[in-house]
Design a protein around this ligand. Structure first.
Ligand SMILES: Nc1ncnc2c1ncn2[C@@H]1O[C@H](COP(=O)(O)OP(=O)(O)OP(=O)(O)O)[C@@H](O)[C@H]1O
Ligand SMILES: [Mg+2]
Length: 274
């Protein structure tokens, strides 16, 4: 009897060690992937600045170089933010356990700011990012953790820019659904396909489609996983599909005030401007 208990215990122990080994390997792979991806934009910035300071570029070309420095720095910052979020989001998240307070956020303004942030990166591929302000501008503010929700849309817009085909448009729309009292935002682009069998898998940790791996080898496969975790914490939903015209659409819905009373709310006097 004691032998059997010991054998079962050892079996369980071996399983746990195997699982721990797998998690550790994944962690190391992720760290290597992130550091590899961070080095690329930082090297590009270094190289551009070297060219500028050595006077190797004229004024007109200099403007382009500075735009590129800005895009590369934006990429590096977003990557670092995702990295920081990963450690927070790994454990099962409770809204009340998060350090940041809830605050009313105007999604229209937030999306316009993010689109402006990513437009220089878009220019490199002749992409235009549009935020259709009607009817989104009429939507009420949503009560959310601003930096987290900003990261959700950052990850979606970053993907749209990365996976869009050259000379195409990225269109962001949104509206208020008064019945369910939520704001629905859609981000659309035309580029690599998203097959029906991949529409849920893309939210899994580390999952990348074959086309993404072939055409854009750099990527951790964590951006959408992070986005889906954040949306879940906010009691919202996120989904993806490819429409009949071949556009890839990501939909995010966030409740307007369902979270009131569930976490600390920022003092309105300390509210940062959009
Ligand atoms: N707009 C899009 N069009 C087509 N496929 C997409 C789009 N956005 C995401 N995908 C697919 O979903 C996968 C997961 O996206 P996710 O953002 O999580 O990771 P990633 O972009 O590969 O890497 P990173 O962690 O650097 O963001 C992508 O690799 C790609 O296969
Ligand atoms: Mg991504």
């Amino acid at each position: 009897m004691a032998d059997r208990t010991l054998a079962a215990f050892e079996q369980e122990n071996a399983k746990l060690r195997q699982e721990l080994g797998r998690v550790n390997r994944e962690r190391v792979e992720y760290l290597q992937n992130v550091s590899h991806q961070l080095v690329a934009p930082l090297n590009a910035i270094k190289w551009h600045i070297e060219n500028l300071t050595q006077g190797r570029v004229g004024v007109e070309r200099g403007k382009k170089v500075l735009r590129s420095v800005y895009s590369q720095a934006t990429l590096a910052v977003h990557l670092a933010k995702n990295f920081a979020l990963m450690s927070n989001l790994e454990s099962d998240l409770e809204l009340s356990a998060l350090r940041e307070p809830l605050q009313p956020v105007n999604l229209c303004q937030l999306l316009i700011n993010l689109a402006d942030d990513f437009q220089p990166q878009g220019w490199d591929k002749e992409l235009q990012i549009y935020v259709e302000d009607s009817p989104l501008e009429k939507a009420p503010d949503v009560l959310v953790i601003r930096p987290l929700v900003s990261q959700v849309f950052t990850n979606l817009i970053e993907n749209a820019v990365k996976y869009a085909k050259r000379s195409s448009n990225i269109v962001i729309t949104g509206e208020h659904d008064p019945k369910r009292d939520l704001v629905l935002v859609s981000v659309r682009n035309h580029g690599i396909p998203l097959r029906p069998e991949d529409t849920t898998k893309v939210f899994d940790r580390g999952y990348r489609t074959q086309e993404a791996k072939n055409l854009y080898p750099a990527g951790t496969g964590f951006g959408l996983y992070i986005a889906s975790k954040i949306v879940a914490v906010h009691e919202g939903s996120i989904s993806a599909f490819m429409d009949s015209r071949g556009q890839v659409v990501f939909n995010v819905s966030l409740p307007v005030k369902a979270l009131a009373g569930k976490a600390r709310v920022r003092d309105p006097k300390n509210r940062p401007s959009c």
